[in-house]
Design a protein around this ligand. Structure first.
Ligand code: SAH
Ligand code: SF4
Length: 347
């Protein structure tokens, strides 16, 4: 069976014609799916019954199977099973006045950051466009309030799954699709320089928010924490970001996970300030206190240390925010997402 969420409107109109349906029926079907989040063809009542039956035979409206949800005060973590038996995670975050959905883009991740639980599995595979869009549809279906903010900060490196993520974004921001504002969609990358440049030239992706995980102020430490940095060096990354065309009323987010006694000293704060201050109008810094995970050897610094680090950056007039990850209690916070969950595997 074909998966509906893997088609753009244009592609679906062509496919419908091949099946002997009028092209405008594709608009009607996507309207049900992306405006009303209806996943059962039989309920799509403005289509003739024979069409609804034909569509049910040819298409699935989603492919992920929800297997678990963990609710906390500030978030809900969803676990989904893919057709081939992987477990992926999606986290709905309750912000003060809106909802944000944190999406996964890959099963596992090849980047191998030492402080991230997702890295432990290596890369198992890219998620398909349909699997990325499904995460949104399935969570929105059971959420009364509209989800208007999406961040690619779940499992995986979104820019290493460029095509899959790109098409999912197309579905999410198009008027015929979920119709999110591009300004409310963020892509977080570990710093793949070539892909960042490609994104900046891409008419579809260049209007999104860009977040870059920096995490260290020296090449030596960054290479230790994020092996990707051997080929995407800190210098090259900063240079790329400084030269990147970016709307002047918006900032590139630099993410910095603060890990106790690894990258949280005052000297390191000054080094970071040195890197960022000359371009302070282009960046803002998000400090993320490290989220512990039983499989990882690091610790979170005391909050005084976090605020002292922030104070240093602020003294250089750099916009700096402390982001306490939501979802800590349900292991849904940054760096805690794992695809291998032995306790959840079906025998
Ligand atoms: N792969 C992308 C997006 C997913 S990771 C990236 O690395 O940017 C999303 C964010 O979580 C990144 O900023 C990453 O540095 C951060 N992160 C990873 N492990 C973490 C941990 N244990 N505690 C806090 N943040 C973590
Ligand atoms: Fe991959 Fe991001 Fe985790 Fe690094 S922090 S291993 S890039 S998911």
């Amino acid at each position: 069976m074909e998966l509906l969420t893997s088609y753009t409107l244009g592609e679906l109109r062509e496919r419908f014609k091949e099946l002997g349906l009028e092209a405008y029926r594709a608009n009607q079907v996507l309207n049900w799916l992306y405006k009303k989040f209806e996943v059962d063809f039989l309920n799509m009542t403005d289509l003739p019954k024979v069409h609804r039956e034909l569509l049910s035979r040819h298409f699935r409206t989603h492919t992920l199977e929800p297997i678990h949800r963990a609710t906390a005060e500030d978030s809900v973590k969803y676990l989904f099973r893919t057709q081939d038996g992987h477990i992926i995670e999606t986290v709905l975050i309750f912000e003060r006045d809106h909802l944000t959905l944190c999406l996964s883009s890959q099963v596992g991740c090849a980047v191998g950051c030492r402080f991230c639980a997702t890295a432990k599995d290596g890369l198992l595979r890219n998620l398909t466009t349909g699997e990325i869009v499904d995460q949104y549809i399935l969570v929105q279906r059971e959420t009364p309030q509209r989800i208007r903010n999406v961040v690619f900060m779940g499992m995986g490196e979104p820019l290493a799954n460029y095509e899959g993520v790109r098409k999912a974004v197309e579905i999410m921001v198009s008027p015929w699709g979920i119709e999110l504002s591009k300004r409310r969609v963020s892509i977080s990358t570990s710093g793949l320089v070539t892909q960042i440049r490609r994104m900046a030239k891409d008419p579809l992706l260049k209007g999104l928010n860009l977040a870059v995980s920096l995490n260290a102020t020296s090449q030596h430490l960054r290479e230790f924490l994020m092996p990707i940095s051997k080929t995407n060096t800190l210098k090259e990354l900063m240079q790329t970001l400084v030269e990147l065309p970016y709307p002047s009323d918006r900032r590139i987010m630099l993410e910095y996970v603060l890990i106790k006694d690894v990258n949280d000293s005052e000297a390191q704060a000054k080094e970071l300030a040195g890197l960022v201050a000359p371009y302070r109008r282009k960046f803002k810094v998000n400090l993320i206190p490290y989220n512990p995970d039983p499989s990882l050897p690091f610790e979170r610094p005391p909050m005084e240390r976090v605020y002292a680090f922030q104070d240093v950056l602020r003294s250089y007039h750099i916009s700096t925010f402390v982001r306490l990850s939501k979802g800590l209690k349900v292991f849904g916070a940054c760096g805690q997402l794992r695809s291998k969950r032995p306790e959840l595997m079906v025998k």
